[in-house]
Design a protein around this ligand. Structure first.
Ligand SMILES: [Zn+2]
Length: 187
């Protein structure tokens, strides 16, 4: 499967072919163009089925709690609105992989436009953190942190947004993020 194969989907298609893999699914974590602009080319080159949140009317609708098998992987979908209404994350429980898209990055979380969206994102994060084990590796949609991937345990211990005690603290750090970044020496 290809997840959000934007900008240069052919690179991933070629890599899969070189490994003798057949791509059966193209999955979108959410509908933002920087995640979906490769869909058309990826689908054309692979004949795969598009899978995403049902509101995007994909060939394979991924509802909250739904499981899907791809090769030897068994993925569970979690609907996590906030950054985007149609946002999902995927958890693979055998290898403990969490594909987080723009919900959770290494060291920060996805941007939100309004306080209402920020509150929604907070609840989405809490729902995910309640069920995903600390050992799970986190694979975000952008390489924004000190390394490309992390673990839930490490993010819980170090990510300033996950260290917030409650929704109010989360909203506060969101509104003060430029100053917080400066204080922590982050880019
Ligand atoms: Zn996004």
């Amino acid at each position: 499967m290809l997840i959000d194969p934007s900008y240069s989907p052919e690179v991933f298609v070629e890599r899969a072919h070189a490994q003798g893999l057949t791509i059966t699914h193209v999955i979108n974590t959410h509908s933002h163009p920087d995640h979906t602009n490769g869909n058309e080319r990826a689908l054309e080159q692979t004949g795969a089925a598009l899978a995403a949140h049902p509101s995007l009317r994909p060939a394979v609708a991924l509802n909250d709690g739904q499981t899907m098998s791809v090769g030897g992987l068994r993925l569970t979908t979690h609907h996590v609105p906030g950054h985007c209404d149609d946002h999902i994350v995927l958890y693979e429980s055998v290898h403990r992989l969490l594909i987080t898209g723009d919900l959770l990055f290494v060291g920060k979380v996805g941007g939100t436009q309004t306080d209402a969206d920020a509150r929604t994102e907070w609840h989405s994060l809490q729902r995910v953190l309640a069920v995903i084990p600390d050992e799970a590796t986190v694979w975000p949609g952008h390489d924004y942190g000190v390394r490309p991937s992390s673990t839930i345990g490490l993010e819980r211990a170090t990510n300033p947004f996950l260290l917030c005690a409650d929704e109010a603290a989360f909203l506060r750090i969101k509104s003060e993020w430029p100053q917080v970044k400066q204080r922590l020496g982050l880019k």
